[in-house]
Design a protein around this ligand. Structure first.
Ligand code: SAM
Length: 337
């Protein structure tokens, strides 16, 4: 990749420092915040922040605000990213300083995994009650894979990614997965999942799905799995998803069919008790996407209970752009890497 002299010099300067080299090695595949990096590098916070600023200005790392935290990760696109990758490739992972950094990094990863396990344990009973009402998640996942067919996808956006399970499911057939969620607890779980499974091409980002900072048409597939029923404007979310799709891109929505389990509203903050197939299909058509298939997955009969049907809506953005120009544009807030 060619770059102008100024970019090249800024990159070379940014790379010519031992702490910044260690940072480039650490930030290759993980999101870390200043507190994590202070712990790993054993340097003061202002010092680490200064180094991070320089790397960021040289276009080598991304910075993501998540509430009061800021996370960093090596950039994956652009001239700064190419230079950072080249420079970091020279770093010998067996070097004692680099190896010690890695050990401390693994300690942090293990702590995150333990916190994630606690979070799940605390909610396990609630989730089991909910899960017992509908078809097994594994069957839903199989249906999702079937819907997407054999195709390989470049960039995939998972709106309301939660614990990142859906990106993990699709990881083997995508080049890059980006999950957006508005809950920091969920994002911590997603990051732990990606790190444990070594899914370095998947990332979790804090953000509001109504207010994304991606370019229109930037994704080959968008997934909205079990999110719509939490939203006050599900049609608006579908419009955002449609706008994010490249021509030929696929939208897959999975949610509940209409049901009568009021406790989900009261105890689980569901805004909607499911959606009629025609309602979601209408919203999809209104965005200019073409509905390919709506499929109901009815649960086996459960004694004494009304079980919930899960519905999959699979749509495509036509190769010739027909996205409704009247739909609201999304305002920039977070950048894809
Ligand atoms: C039931 S979880 C589903 C998670 C994931 N899609 C899955 O199926 O494993 C719903 C997720 O939507 C997220 N969410 C709800 N409203 C959101 C919004 N406006 N922006 C981003 N995320 C949102 C919640 O934080 C939660 O993690």
């Amino acid at each position: 990749m060619k770059m102008d002299l100024e970019t090249l010099l800024a990159g070379l300067r940014a790379g010519s420092d031992p702490t910044r080299l260690r940072l480039l090695a650490l930030l290759a595949h993980s999101d870390l915040n200043v507190k994590d990096l202070t712990r790993i590098l054993r340097q003061s916070q202002p010092r680490i922040s200064r180094h991070l600023k320089l790397l960021h200005e040289a276009g080598m790392i991304d910075r993501f605000q998540e509430g009061s935290w800021v996370f960093y990760r090596r950039k994956s696109r652009g001239p700064g990213a190419a230079l950072a990758t080249e420079i970091a490739a020279f770093v010998d992972l067996a070097d004692p300083i680099v190896a010690r950094d890695r050990e401390r990094f693994i300690e942090i990863k293990e702590e995150r995994a333990a916190a994630a396990a606690d979070y799940f344990r605390a909610r396990a009973a609630d989730w089991d009650r909910l899960r017992a009402l509908h078809i097994a998640e594994q069957d839903v996942e199989t249906a999702m894979l079937e819907a997407l067919g054999d195709r390989r996808f470049g960039r995939v956006l998972d709106l309301g990614t939660g614990t990142g399970r859906i990106l993990e499911l699709l990881a083997h057939r995508i080049d890059r997965g980006l999950g957006v969620d508005g809950s920091q607890e969920m994002l911590a779980l997603a990051r732990t999942r990606f790190e444990k499974a070594e899914l370095h091409h998947c990332q979790a980002r804090f953000g509001d799905l109504y207010d994304l900072n991606f370019d229109a048409g930037d994704f080959d597939a968008v997934i909205i799995h079990q999110v719509l029923h939490y939203l006050d404007d599900p049609a608006g979310a579908i419009a955002v998803a449609a706008r994010m799709l490249a021509p030929g891109g696929q939208l897959l929505i999975v949610d509940f069919a209409p049901h009568e389990h009021e406790f989900l509203r009261d105890e689980h903050t569901h805004q909607r008790l499911g959606f009629a197939t025609s309602e979601v299909s209408g919203w999809i058509a209104g965005t200019g996407l073409k509905l390919l298939k709506a499929r109901n997955l009815a649960p086996p009969r459960i004694a004494g209970k009304t079980a919930i049907t899960v519905t999959l809506w699979h749509a495509e953005r036509p190769a010739v752009a027909t996205i409704n120009p009247a739909l609201p544009a999304t305002e920039p807030r977070i950048r894809p890497t």
